[in-house]
Design a protein around this ligand. Structure first.
Ligand SMILES: Nc1nc2c(ncn2[C@@H]2O[C@H](COP(=O)(O)OP(=O)(O)OP(=O)(O)O)[C@@H](O)[C@H]2O)c(=O)[nH]1
Ligand SMILES: [Mg+2]
Length: 241
């Protein structure tokens, strides 16, 4: 099997990250993989914990970023430093169960990208502590589907596997990059599959997407703008239908 690079952006995930890495190591036992933790100089020093704990393991690396912080810049940093032909993107808070990585990569023999999906048949959004967040995620995915006409049910997942050769530059500041990526890949004929999974509440720490309704609504605005950019209407106006 080709080498896997698991890219995990972190900001204040000190209490989650070691148990998460342990579980990833267990489910990927026997495979050729590396784990890249991309940390934006977290005040809780998540990066330092990785440096200390895994100093002797070459396949588990932490990157401490000081300048031009942000989720998408961190993901790009992970891609640039990755050695694998297959990339897996996931959160560092335990909301993405490591066992789903195996389901995702098993699809890459026949597909270019496999998205872990809460809204595919058999998938569940099990985050019962953040009901409004859950509602917004679903709403954005519905708006995406009806505005773009693309048959993707979970566009805010943030958990996916892709052949590195198929990846495009990531554009956006936060999770809206995925709307841009999937829309571009779809129109270029990439083979995309959704794999059902159950999303969990984050184990420790607080959400960076927002901790109250107002923050979450503000966070959602770039998602809506990105959907509009890729909508059937704009594509029609621009003649790219
Ligand atoms: N490096 C880096 N990581 C980030 C940044 N913002 C968020 N993250 C990480 O990106 C992942 C997703 O952020 P979360 O806070 O879990 O957002 P969410 O999944 O919408 O919210 P939860 O309901 O709390 O799970 C987590 O691993 C965060 O630590 C950032 O600016 N830089
Ligand atoms: Mg999360």
């Amino acid at each position: 099997m080709e080498q896997l690079s698991i890219i995990i952006p972190t900001y204040n995930e000190r209490n989650n990250i070691i148990p998460l890495i342990n579980q990833i190591e267990t489910v990927l036992d026997g495979l050729n993989f590396e784990i890249l933790i991309i940390d934006d100089n977290s005040p809780d020093q998540t990066w330092d914990l990785i440096f200390d704990t895994y100093s002797k393991k070459e396949n588990i690396r932490a990157f401490k970023r000081i300048t031009s912080k942000g989720l998408v810049k961190s993901l790009e940093h992970g891609v640039k430093n990755s050695q694998g032909e297959i990339l897996v993107f996931m959160d560092g808070d335990f909301s993405h169960p490591p066992k789903t990585i195996v389901d995702l990569i098993s699809k890459l023999d026949s597909f270019d990208i496999a998205i872990a999906s809460r809204y595919a048949n058999g998938g569940v959004d099990g985050r019962d502590q953040v009901k409004f967040h859950r509602l917004l995620s679903k709403l954005i995915s519905h708006i995406f589907k009806y505005s773009t006409g693309l048959p993707i049910r979970d566009i805010t997942s943030g958990f996916f596997a892709i052949h590195k050769s198929k990846l495009k530059p990531l554009r956006g500041g936060y999770g809206e990059y995925f709307i841009d990526l999937i829309s571009n890949l779809f129109h270029q004929g990439a083979k995309i599959v959704e794999v059902p999974y159950t999303n969990k509440n984050r184990k420790y720490g607080i959400s960076k997407s927002g901790t109250n309704s107002l923050e979450l609504i503000i966070r959602g605005i770039p998602y809506l703008l990105m959907i509009f950019k890729h909508s059937k209407f704009v594509r029609y106006i621009l003649g790219s239908r």
